[in-house]
Design a protein around this ligand. Structure first.
Ligand code: GLN
Length: 217
């Protein structure tokens, strides 16, 4: 099977790390900075960075509406950290003029873990990722404060002051994590996303009929 082409939203953020992780997980990965580049991808990753800046640049580079339309058409998109914020229907503690792509019916709070634990690392049980817990790196991360009925919770923090907080979700073809799997060398979350893109591309013809959890083992 040929590799799916997955774009990384490349106006701001840790673009290089996502390109590398996607290539290692079996995709052809390309930076996306203009609408014509967006039109050519089978999936999109919105990286970690700063969602207020990303929001402003998306508007300046005329990518806000094109990304929203492709999401509405079913484009698989994975957002990590600032990328999670960009996929949220509602953002708390954002800038007043901050805009998101939306797509996931959830309330996300920016910089939610507070100053004491601005950045931290922990192990997470991650639904759909088999094997050892996922080592998760959080950097001024958001958490999910509320989810709509179509949102599947994939991971929650276990223990500590943020015990039980939702940090990974999926709604249809949209995946979001509060943390940064692109920084750890663990390819399983990117592998899950590449598999989601393959499924969307293959729906019908060459589709692998195994549950997605088995297919990414
Ligand atoms: N705090 C950032 C924001 O609000 C997100 C941080 C990150 O992506 N590491 O966009």
């Amino acid at each position: 099977m040929s590799s799916p082409v997955i774009g990384v939203f490349a106006l701001q953020g840790d673009v290089r790390e996502h390109l590398a992780a996607l290539r290692a997980a079996g995709a052809e990965a390309v930076p996306v900075r203009r609408p014509s580049e967006l039109a050519a991808v089978d999936g999109l990753v919105v990286p970690g960075g700063e969602s207020t800046t990303m929001s402003r640049l998306a508007s300046v580079f005329e990518l806000l509406e094109p990304v929203r339309s492709r999401i509405a058409e079913g484009l698989p998109v994975y957002g990590s950290c600032a990328g999670m914020i960009m996929l949220a229907s509602t953002v708390l503690d954002g800038r007043a003029d901050q805009q998101s792509f939306g797509g996931i019916d959830m309330v996300v709070r920016r910089n939610a873990f507070g100053r004491q634990v601005d950045s931290f690392e922990t192990e997470l049980e991650f639904r759909g990722v088999d094997g050892a817990p996922v080592h998760a790196v959080f950097i001024r991360a958001p958490w999910v404060e509320g989810t709509g009925p179509d949102v599947e919770v994939l991971a929650r923090v276990s223990g500590g002051p943020a015990d039980g907080r939702i940090v990974a979700v999926r709604q249809g073809n949209l995946l979001a994590t509060s943390f940064h799997p692109e920084l750890t060398g663990d390819l399983r979350v990117h592998g899950l996303f590449v598999e989601m893109v393959r499924r969307e591309l293959g729906s019908g013809s060459t589709a692998d009929e195994r549950p997605i959890e088995e297919a990414v083992r």
